[in-house]
Design a protein around this ligand. Structure first.
Ligand SMILES: Cc1cc2nc3c(=O)[nH]c(=O)nc-3n(C[C@H](O)[C@H](O)[C@H](O)COP(=O)(O)OP(=O)(O)OC[C@H]3O[C@@H](n4cnc5c(N)ncnc54)[C@H](O)[C@@H]3O)c2cc1C
Length: 214
């Protein structure tokens, strides 16, 4: 394999892709592919807020139980337990990154940010940034990504396929830019953070058109 463009190629710049990029970029070089005007991803449109056990009046087992009931048998219990247990630390990580969550104004409250209660939850545990939580999270994480020297953003590409070497391992991805020119991005590791649905084709080995220089 020729020298990869980066250690890790992340396809998708919603909250999942942005978070992963920031988590690994101190140790690995990252290329992050996301459209410049990203109105198609879900993250920017999330409004209500994020559920986590934050108030001292709430507890993890109640949140797990509420989630399993709302899931009506569709949830993997261990996945729910993992997510709920890591929720408070994940919210603190977002706060540390600068997400402007709405502060609590009630001096009697026992948590500094305002928590709402939504359907299925037996406690107030939804932290939010007014009614545009997703936009606040994405904008804040994007600012952090822009300032990180080890993250290269490619806002000009739509990825259409994965690159595969002769052993069948994924070695990056290829796509086309606004001028319909094919570009390839090679990497040691490739992460699909493209949201709910993806329809890529893996093409062995590097296709001739994708061999155009990145
Ligand atoms: C209207 C709405 C309201 C919501 N409200 C809430 C809420 O209140 N609370 C809550 O917790 N959750 C909410 N959700 C769910 C939440 O927004 C999603 O679970 C979350 O944003 C998923 O993040 P993601 O990074 O996985 O995906 P996305 O945010 O969808 O990101 C996917 C990224 O991949 C990119 N991409 C996809 N295909 C390609 C390609 N071929 N080439 C290059 N880039 C590509 C997209 O452009 C985008 O940048 C809501 C969702 C919607 C739609």
């Amino acid at each position: 394999m020729t020298t990869p463009t980066s250690d890790v190629l992340i396809i998708g710049g919603g909250v999942a892709g942005l978070t992963l990029a920031l988590e690994i970029a101190d140790h690995l070089s990252v290329t992050l592919v996301r459209p410049a005007q990203d109105d198609h991803g879900a993250s920017r449109w999330a409004q209500g807020g994020i559920a986590a056990v934050l108030s001292p009046d709430d507890d993890l087992e109640t949140h797990i139980n509420d989630t399993l009931i709302a899931g009506d048998g569709l949830c993997e219990t261990e996945a729910v337990r993992f997510t709920v247990t890591h929720g408070p630390a994940a919210i603190q990580w977002l706060i540390d990154k600068g997400v402007p969550f709405t502060p609590e104004t009630d001096p009697a409250a026992r948590y500094p940010y305002h928590l709402t209660r939504e359907g299925g939850h037996n406690a107030r545990r939804i932290i939010h940034a007014d009614d545009a939580t997703g936009r606040a999270v994405v904008d804040t994480l994007l600012n952090n990504v822009a300032q990180h020297p080890n993250i290269t953003q490619r806002n000009d590409l739509t990825i259409v396929g994965l690159l595969q070497d002769n052993q069948g391992a994924c070695r990056g991805a290829y796509g086309c830019d606004a001028h319909l020119q094919w570009r390839s991005l090679t990497a040691r590791y490739t992460v699909l953070a493209t949201g709910g649905a993806v329809a890529f084709t893996a093409i062995p080995p590097l296709p001739r058109q994708a061999a155009a220089k990145a």
